[in-house]
Design a protein around this ligand. Structure first.
Ligand SMILES: Nc1ncnc2c1ncn2[C@@H]1O[C@H](COP(=O)(O)OP(=O)(O)OP(=O)(O)O)[C@@H](O)[C@H]1O
Length: 213
């Protein structure tokens, strides 16, 4: 486990520990895999709660899954310098990771995990004050992705179609971008989880060993 940026001088907004960034097209299985990681290792990993202007899905709680906000409030937060470490628009909604959401996790000694879309990953990768490892979750194929999104029933059929179109272009871009450290194909959920668990634990152990030398 190497290739992390060396942060030599840490300004106020720097995040001192590496972030584990999970990304991939809608329906690839990011939330399913991440939930398992967080349930299996609650003392080691914590979830960064993003801000979003998207309306809550059934079962989503403000402050736990997202900080739900409106566009005007989001824009005024984004205008504050250093409030977000990344922010992007996806499918007509704004999403952002705040410095304080990350610090809430890292201050408790855990590694912070982000579930963000492609443009956000690019911003994090290019941010000189943030170290990260970036994992791409891929669906096995387009038809499987379509079936999973339809079966989830969290979006209207036209939204599913828009997400599928976007998924294809995102995947094509992601694969040629060179911004990911690891790709996991989510064919069988148990096997995909095993890969994510092994990768995350080796990052966690690498960082903790390094910090205690
Ligand atoms: N390996 C798998 N086999 C079968 N179904 C799966 C698998 N992985 C995930 N699913 C199902 O596919 C659907 C999409 O998964 P999930 O909600 O985790 O995707 P996501 O990447 O977080 O999507 P979004 O970005 O839209 O939130 C869910 O209903 C989930 O239960």
């Amino acid at each position: 486990m190497s290739g992390l940026k060396i942060l030599q001088t840490l300004p106020f907004k720097a995040i001192p520990t590496p972030l584990l960034v999970i990304s991939g097209p809608s329906g690839a299985g990011k939330s399913t895999l991440l939930n398992r990681l967080l349930i299996n290792h609650p003392q080691k990993f914590g979830f960064s709660v993003s801000h979003t202007t998207r309306p809550p899905r059934p079962g989503e709680t403000n402050g736990q899954h997202y900080r739900f906000t409106n566009r005007a409030d989001f824009e005024s937060l984004r205008a504050q310098k250093d409030f977000f470490i990344e922010s992007a628009e996806f499918a007509g909604n704004l999403y952002g990771t705040s410095v304080s959401a990350v610090r809430n996790v890292t201050d408790s000694g855990r590694m912070c995990v982000l579930d963000i879309e492609l443009m956000g990953v690019k911003q994090i990768e290019g941010n000189p004050y943030v170290q990260s490892k970036r994992v791409l979750i891929k669906p096995p194929d387009y038809e499987t992705l379509r079936r999973r999104l339809q079966k989830r029933r969290t979006e209207a059929p036209e939204v599913v179609e828009a997400r599928l179109t976007r998924a294809l272009s995102d995947l094509e871009f992601a694969e040629g971008s060179g911004i990911y450290d690891k790709a996991i194909v989510n064919h069988d959920i148990d096997l995909a989880y095993q890969e994510l668990d092994e990768y995350s634990m080796s990052l966690y152990q690498f960082v903790n060993k390094r910090d205690h030398v």
